[in-house]
Design a protein around this ligand. Structure first.
Ligand code: HEM
Length: 502
């Protein structure tokens, strides 16, 4: 038998034999065999690939919980939960992240986001946490203002004054990517200024999603391949690639190189400054490789997540009856009383608008930016859930989109966008707030939450203060695709200028 025959026929046969054996074990002998769920999910991890491929994991999640109940076996070793009251149990202090977070497309070194063990994560998070603290926000607010003013000025001249329609989805992404670039590296990339996806950088980000999805869905298969020097060299993105994440890495490396080699450029007060100064417990600086990964994670974590909030907020405010009018009468009321600074309101001022905040919180509930199961391992004592015993090492998690539609916590009308639910009863508001999973949960909660609040509050308030938007996408299909981050496409609107209320 020739070697090429063995490779051509032998390997696939061996793989099929293994898959069959695995399927039989998973279905009949696995400790989770009694937990209800879709048959394909019980048989094989490849089911996760199919779910990801649909780009509708959140909708399928809802469907499966409706069919199988609050605890669903979504993959052979993965349990999905839709009971919000279990969040503190799943995401407890010592819960380790699963190997879904294997470092791959983001680089070799695991930043806090991809560090699995809770203790190591705590150490790494401490090194960079001060960059994201509220006290640092004050320094960043002026930089966010610059970006918001630029965005609104360009929208005014290009669309409000000409009557042309705009793709709000694209312009949201351009703002979000420019702003995180400004906050991280001291300057925007220039998407908004040029009104286009410069160098296809954003497209390259989105193009890496299928690769990241395969690695996340099948870490036991991909991790050994990615750790082998030869296959790593062949498949992993590298700075200098002509497409994919390698292109973004090259962009990051150029900015880092400039910063390290130009003493004038130091102390801009951006994230890069802070990360370059981050220290380990023994007082040594973190390595340049770690700095690179931290910067890269910021680009990934902060851009599409933020753009999704802009699109969701505008979309649902405009299409939910009465909401737009209530919002505008609140903004105009504050304007008349002189409670909003010009040319742009401060973050502190905006936080005082109750209906605006309610619309915001409802957007985070109704359309969380990462509508995927956020997985953790069950700890050494195992877990009993709804009559099912989950042994240590079981992967367990909840999808924010699914949890936020739980009627016991969010009300019988949890399926509809209704900001008023946040204003009706202070006790209920507190309870709902406790079970919001949009920012993650527990010790792994989003580090950039304050930054995200700052930029989204500012941009949204300014947008509704200056413009009257109306949806005009009847001839284009508005799409939301779940690429682990929710990405909007083709959200076409018209805008007209509003005069400030006197
Ligand atoms: C609306 C916008 C955002 C949303 C909805 C969001 C959501 C999340 C979620 C769900 C996690 C936890 C994921 C997990 O447990 O696996 C997370 C982590 C993280 N986010 Fe955000 N994020 C947003 C914006 C930002 C921004 C603007 C930044 C940076 C400036 C940022 C930086 C991070 C970092 C560094 C982590 C990892 C934290 C850790 O592991 O300790 N995020 N984010």
């Amino acid at each position: 038998m020739s070697f090429s025959f063995m490779l051509g026929a032998g390997l696939p046969a061996l793989f099929l034999y293994y898959a069959l054996w695995r399927g039989i074990y998973n279905f009949f002998f696995h400790p989770l065999r009694g937990v209800p769920g879709p048959v394909w999910g019980a048989l094989s991890d490849f089911f996760k690939l199919w779910i990801l491929h649909t780009k509708k994991a959140h909708l399928l999640g809802l469907k499966y919980h409706e069919r199988y109940g609050p605890v669903v076996r979504a993959a052979p070793n993965l349990i999905a939960v839709n009971d919000p009251r279990l969040l503190p149990i799943i995401y407890h202090r010592h819960a380790d992240k699963t190997d879904v977070y294997t470092p791959a497309v983001l680089g070799d070194v695991a930043p806090p986001f991809q560090t699995q063990g809770w203790a190591e994560h705590a150490r790494k998070r401490k090194r960079v946490a001060s960059s994201f603290a509220l006290s640092n926000l004050v320094k960043l607010e002026g930089q966010v203002d610059e970006r918001v003013i630029e965005w609104c000025t360009i929208l005014g001249t290009r669309f409000a004054d000409t009557g042309k329609r705009m793709d709000f989805a694209a312009w949201s992404q351009w703002f979000a990517y420019d702003t995180i670039s400004q906050l991280s590296f001291g300057e925007p990339i220039g998407f908004v200024r040029e009104g286009r996806d410069k160098g296809d950088l954003i497209k390259n980000f989105h193009d890496m999603a299928p690769f990241a999805a395969v690695v996340g869905a099948l870490p036991w298969l991909c991790a050994p391949i990615l750790q082998n020097p030869l296959t790593k060299w062949l498949f992993m993105p590298r700075p200098g690639d002509s497409s994919g994440t390698g292109k973004i890495m090259a962009f990051r490396d150029a900015l880092l190189h400039d910063r390290l080699n130009d003493p004038q450029a130091h102390h801009k007060g951006d994230f890069l400054d802070n990360i370059l100064a981050a220290k380990n417990e023994d007082g040594t600086l973190i390595t340049v490789e770690e700095v690179k990964t931290e910067c890269f994670v910021l680009m990934v974590a902060a851009s599409d997540t933020t753009a999704a909030v802009f699109c969701g907020f505008v979309r649902y405010v405009l299409q939910s009856e009465g909401v737009y009018n209530n919002l505008i009468s609140e903004i105009d009321g504050f304007e008349r009383k002189g409670l909003l600074s010009s040319p742009i309101a401060t973050f502190d001022e905006i936080k005082k608008l109750p209906y605006f905040s309610a619309c915001y919180r409802e957007t985070l509930r109704y359309q969380p930016s990462t509508p995927m199961i956020i997985p953790r391992y069950v700890g050494k004592d195992g877990l009993n859930l709804y009559g099912n015993y989950l042994p240590p090492g079981t992967e367990i998690g909840a999808n924010p989109y699914v949890v936020h539609r739980n009627k016991e916590v969010f009300g019988e009308d949890a399926d509809i966008f209704r900001p008023e639910r946040w204003l009706e009863d202070p006790e209920k508001e507190k309870e709902m707030d406790k079970y919001i999973l949009t920012w993650g949960y527990g010790t792994r909660i989003c580090l950039g939450k304050n930054i995200a609040l700052l930029e989204t509050y500012k941009l949204l308030l300014q947008f509704f203060r200056l413009f009257r938007p109306s949806i005009d996408d009847n001839d284009r299909v508005w799409r939301q695709e779940n690429l682990a981050l929710l990405v909007h496409w083709d959200f076409w609107i018209h805008i007209a200028r509003r005069s400030l209320a006197r």
